[in-house]
Write a protein that binds this ligand. Structure first.
Ligand code: G
Ligand code: G
Ligand code: MN
Ligand code: NA
Length: 257
């Protein structure tokens, strides 16, 4: 109840001032370079302290506040892409997590077009993260929206891959660019024969489908070594960096060139 009142106030009265978008680097294994970042929303509430998205996103979804919240995230991320591009920090795409409610809004595509145009962005610098379950909820309508996004040049990633239930037949026909292997499989992958087998198969499959593949939740050198050995293209995780506020991410970027 308190959470709901605070969330409502933070959005409607305080106009998102308590919110901040963090960025977690995504690193190409072969070159060691940062090629992208995932945007992750944070809420510093004056009365509740730091509230995690795991707590406030479900509430935002059940109250419909996810719609203005998602719009604000898209706006901030598109502005940030422009700022980094104008600062000469090029060729970095930023991923945005979406809730199925936002994705299903009738004006979702219009919002995307608006923020791309307002910031004069090359659309491929924006990548949207969808989960298998979001797509499977209404596969035909999801594919139609995904096709529109791809025709604009916006990229699409499947998040938490391996935990859903999409069949390979569907995957083959989906307009997607990237698979993000869920961190469950990556945790201790080098020493767990089942996880090793599944992760190898997922990397192989992504390769066969010509998809970019990102391993999430990489925390140890052993996990990285395994992923390098099996030709995973990119990693994300605490081993390299936690999600960082924009200014810290920018510093990290400049020292890791
Ligand atoms: O960053 P963290 O691990 O706390 O994120 C927890 C969950 O919240 C993740 O599943 C992530 O996808 C989700 N999340 C983080 N930021 C956003 C956002 O801007 N929009 C949506 N819809 N989900 C987000
Ligand atoms: O569901 P999604 O993949 O969007 O969630 C991303 C979440 O994973 C973020 O909340 C982020 O903080 C978290 N995360 C990122 N790297 C790591 C990691 O190396 N280990 C763990 N445990 N969580 C991570
Ligand atoms: Mn994600
Ligand atoms: Na994930």
């Amino acid at each position: 109840q308190l959470l709901e009142i605070s969330l409502h106030r933070a959005i409607k009265q305080h106009n998102f001032q308590e919110f901040e978008v963090y960025y977690q680097p995504i690193v190409d294994i072969a070159s060691g370079k940062i090629i992208a970042a995932e945007s992750l929303l944070r809420w510093h509430s004056p009365e509740l302290g730091m509230v995690t998205p795991g707590e406030f996103i479900p509430l935002a979804e059940s109250t419909g506040l996810i719609v203005p919240m998602g719009k604000w995230v898209l706006k901030r991320v598109c502005e940030q892409i422009k700022i980094w591009r104008d600062a000469g920090i090029n060729s970095l795409s930023i991923t945005v997590n979406l809730s199925v409610i936002e994705f299903n809004q009738p004006d979702f595509i219009q919002k995307i077009i608006y923020f791309i145009n307002a910031n004069d962005l090359e659309p491929h610098y924006l990548e949207l993260e969808l989960t298998e379950s979001m797509i499977m909820q209404d596969i035909n309508s999801a594919i139609a929206t995904m096709n529109k996004l791809q025709s604009l040049g916006v990229k699409i990633a499947i998040d938490d891959f391996g935990t859903g239930y999409s069949s390979l037949i569907y995957l083959k026909n989906l307009p997607i660019n990237t698979l993000k292997i869920d961190r469950y499989f990556i945790h201790n992958v080098a020493n767990d024969p089942q996880k090793s087998a599944i992760t190898k198969a997922l990397i192989q499959m992504a390769d066969n489908l010509n998809l970019h593949v990102v391993a999430e939740g990489v925390e140890t050198e052993a996990e990285l070594a395994f992923l390098r050995q099996h030709h995973c293209s990119a990693i994300q995780g605490f081993l390299f960096s936690r999600p960082l506020p924009a200014a810290e991410f920018e510093n990290f970027l400049l020292t890791n060139k």
